[in-house]
Write a protein that binds this ligand. Structure first.
Ligand code: NOJ
Length: 503
């Protein structure tokens, strides 16, 4: 073979092409996302009952960096028409938002539907459809009715039934118009982070036991809500239901750390995915073994990870229509040295169950969020991880975005973040043949960033939190994203005048 031909074969095999020449395939959809507690405000308006986040912000404000709350947030409860307008200006194919469980069902149960809450989401959905934007609806984005938390929340197996009942109400009310449902947003954040960090929990921290009760209940709640749709609503409405996982790529520090990295992925996402997406179902075997051994060693009578009954395993297995994929950041993982302290309880710094340390590469740029370091290749690696684990499942990227202090409209770093991550998505599609059908920017607008309050901003649109109308103004990243959607070209137009090349 001539050297040129060899070179051409290498080029094709390695995918060493210029990603900027790659395009998103026909039918690929672009969207942007928000969630109820982070944007709606109106925390006690028109019959809404308090959620766990109302409780956290009102009773433990010291857990929020700036002691703020989502009481008013972006006032989207009143300004929802503005949100639709900017979603339409961007040219979005879909808008991902969440429904507040305590706004719709203030008792937590379907015995009383709050009419104002019902109407609010009805108007939002209809308004989007009128503008040609598909609603993608998250049923649960962390704002549990406080009453259900008082009854044990996600650690009580009854939550599976409570969630299924809530899902039934949603399908009945909105299923004729909502064709893409996400049951639960980032169970990793709810269970793995939530039960480990007091600042992120609904008042209960119990990393050793609570985390695993939460994980099992999330898996079953999602699966039962999926089965319900499949059985009673799919024929009528023809929609689809998935769950949105948050994934950190765990890069092995050395060759010897590859095994711990693979266990780390099983621990962080396998627990939330394997029961539904793997052929065999059930917990990922490696991590199931580790938790069982650790439990025994510590003197527990049984594994802290609750087992599935055969029936539960079958309910979960195959309970999905797509894989929702949230990606922001990565970590380097290594085994903890003998003499090393594992004092830091933060799940961003270690995985106690695995005796593993999580670190960051000093060359990774830090965003304005304490946990967020930029490593674009991690996104592609994880997209491939999902494919390697679960086959050719359809992946919808349900979140990706960058945080800054938000004072600037000329948000070059955010634009670069989007560009570099979209490039990884293109490479995953074209080179790794991962079946990705959509991409969602987080977030449409600046909003309440949980424990970081308003100190860090993710919006394509800036929100003026000093203005009672919470005016929204496009950042340059909004213009960039609009251009990507319009031209199917991820490169940053020359007119954006990028000088810094740090990212
Ligand atoms: C994931 C969560 O779903 C969202 O609520 C949060 O604001 C973003 N990540 C950024 O941290």
């Amino acid at each position: 073979m001539s050297p040129w031909r060899l070179f051409a074969v290498w080029l094709l095999a390695e995918g060493a092409w210029c990603a900027s020449e790659l395009k998103f395939p026909p039918g690929f959809k672009f969207g942007a996302a928000t969630s109820a507690y982070q944007i709606e405000g109106a925390w006690n308006a028109s019959g809404k009952s308090p959620s766990t986040w109302d409780t956290i912000t009102h009773t433990r404000p010291h857990h929020i960096i700036d002691q703020s709350s989502g009481d008013i947030a972006c006032d989207s409860y009143n300004q929802w028409k503005e949100d639709i307008k900017i979603a339409s200006d961007l040219g979005l194919d879909f808008y991902r938002f969440s429904i507040s469980w305590p706004r719709l069902l203030p008792t937590g149960f379907p015995d009383a539907i709050n009419e104002d809450g019902r109407r609010y989401y009805d108007n939002l959905i209809n308004g989007l459809l009128e503008m040609g934007i598909e609603p993608m609806v998250t049923m649960y984005h962390w704002d549990l009715p406080q009453r259900l938390q008082n009854l044990g929340g996600w650690a009580n197996p009854k939550v599976v039934e409570w969630f299924e009942d809530y899902a039934r109400v949603l399908y009945k009310l909105y299923g004729d118009r909502v064709k893409t449902w996400i049951t639960i947003n980032e169970p990793f954040s709810m269970c793995t982070l939530g039960y480990a960090m007091v600042a992120f929990s609904a008042g209960v921290t119990d990393q050793d036991v609570g985390t695993y009760l939460c994980i099992k209940n999330v898996v079953m709640a999602h699966s039962k809500a999926w089965r319900l749709y499949d059985r009673d609503f799919r024929n009528k409405f023809g929609g689809r239901v998935g769950i949105a996982n948050q994934l950190f790529y765990l890069k092995p520090a050395t060759k010897e750390d590859e095994e711990i990295a693979s266990l780390g992925h099983e621990f962080f996402y396998g627990l939330y995915s394997h029961p539904m997406y793997s052929k065999e179902g059930g917990w990922p075997a490696g991590i199931e073994r580790v938790i069982e051994q650790n439990s025994k060693k510590a003197g527990f009578a049984r594994s802290r990870l609750p087992p599935f009954t055969d029936e539960e395993k079958e309910i979960a297995r195959g309970a999905y229509d797509f894989y929702g994929f949230n990606y922001y950041s990565s970590r380097i993982i290594r085994r903890r040295g003998d003499e090393e302290d594992l004092l830091a309880r933060s799940p961003f710094k270690n995985i106690r169950e695995l005796n593993a340390i999580l670190e960051v590469d000093p060359t990774w740029k830090k965003s304005s969020s304490f946990w967020f370091y930029v490593y674009p290749p991690g996104m592609r690696k994880l997209l491939s991880w999902v494919k390697d684990q679960y086959g050719d499942v359809e992946i919808v990227i349900t979140e990706n975005g960058y945080s800054s202090t938000g004072t600037e409209l000329n948000d070059i770093d955010r634009i670069k973040y989007y560009r570099d991550h979209l490039e990884q998505v293109l490479l995953a599609i074209h080179k790794d043949k991962v079946n990705i059908t959509g991409y969602t920017a987080w977030s449409l607008i600046d909003n309440f960033e949980w424990n970081e309050g308003y100190s860090t901003k993710f919006g394509l649109y800036e929100v003026n939190f000093n203005d009672p109308k919470r005016t929204r103004t496009a950042r340059d990243s909004a213009k960039y994203y609009k251009n990507v959607i319009k031209t199917n070209d991820i490169e940053i137009p020359k007119s954006f005048n990028i000088i810094s090349d740090e990212l």
